[in-house]
Write a protein that binds this ligand. Sequence first.
Ligand code: EPZ
Length: 421
Amino acid sequence: MDSILVTGNGPLSGQIPIAGAKNACLTLMPATLLSEEPLTLTNAPRLSDIRTMTALLQSLGAEVTSLQNGQVLAMSSHDLNNHVADYDIVRKMRASNLVLGPMLARLGHAVVSLPGGCAIGARPMDLHIHGLEALGAEIELRDGYLHAKAPRGLKGAVVDFSFASVGATENVMMAATLAKGTTVLKNAAREPEIVDLATCLRKMGARIEGDGTSVITIEGVDRLNGATHPVVTDRIELGTYMLAPAIAGGEVECLGGRLDLVASFAAKLEQAGVTVTETGQGLKVTRKGGPIRAVDVTTEPFPGFPTDLQAQMMALLATAEGTSVLEERIFENRFMHAPELMRMGARIDVQGGTARVTGVEQLKGAPVMATDLRASVSLILAGLAAEGETVVSRVYHLDRGYEHVETKLQAVGAKIERIRG
Ligand code: EPZ
């Protein structure tokens, strides 16, 4: 198993290009199942999760061709020949459950393995099921698989989500595009990845309004056509690299970065004493000397502070002057990076969903272990500011969501390398 060696090396400077969003691409790819015509995605990220989704779609009979060094995905679902999403693929990646809605809408039936447990929380699918049943689907759990059918097709309905779930909004929105009549999603998630999906579906001929707000209206159509669509910028990768100069000092420009995608996060960075500037090419982050100030953070659905940047923000606050309070409100078990940061000398007191982080003068390099995707990169960020060497093991987690992390950080002066396992 690979690991990554990081040596604290002082301030950073230069540019880092930001890729297309993993979490947008993972919901855009299943949209191909809704149409017989080709769907092409450009600006696709090159990640192991994208390869897993590719394998899943191919197992259903879709064609998925990766072009231009993996940045273009040419897909066609003209000849689907299987409606079972197998446990062996689904257990590798939860987002596999996003094939349920599109398959049900297009084929009238689908069998999708329940993903099972996850390091950061229970992550049930009750809201997905609630939404699809409201559209008339009959769903039964058997042998760990959701068996869903809608022999007479889906029918538009009002769906009121008890929580603004990203995945449930995406699954039901896709299904509703081919339902008879109008669907209204209330308390829908507002994440930019949902706006990107709705934008692509509109290019395919879907009738969708209100994406980006908490009420989305979808008027069903008989069929969808093909399209070509660029994947939106990855706001979580963007936020992660904005934290690199914040924690190590210096100035880095994140190419392709957009402030509207990270506004609540950028506001917290500014509060902590870091400068964020919009440039013609992206976002520039500057920290020239001066301490990081403690700030309190609570994770919330978009446009609130993203849970996917909580671990990385904790690494920064571990070096701040004073005590910060971080509240994780989205997932019930998302502080597994805290004990690893404490191995580097951080002072963190976790009580349930609240972590009190008292900043220290200097973190110390140590061997640490990645437990999930965002935890892994928070340890790399901590290593950039630590004295000595940090070795992060189990970086397969990292490769799921970050392409070329070593090269991108080396380009701005970080001392970082991958140790092949
Ligand atoms: C998406 O997961 C992202 N994944 C996650 O990113 C992200 O953390 C999350 O949204 C929140 O922003 C992808 O887009 C592939 P949710 P998703 O449904 O759709 C509960 C990363 O690091 N819930 O909004 O699974 C659930 O348990 C990943 O890239 C139910 O109770 O998130 C959780 O506590 C990690 N029942 C909360 O809602 C349901 O049916 C948020 O989940 C669905 C969700």
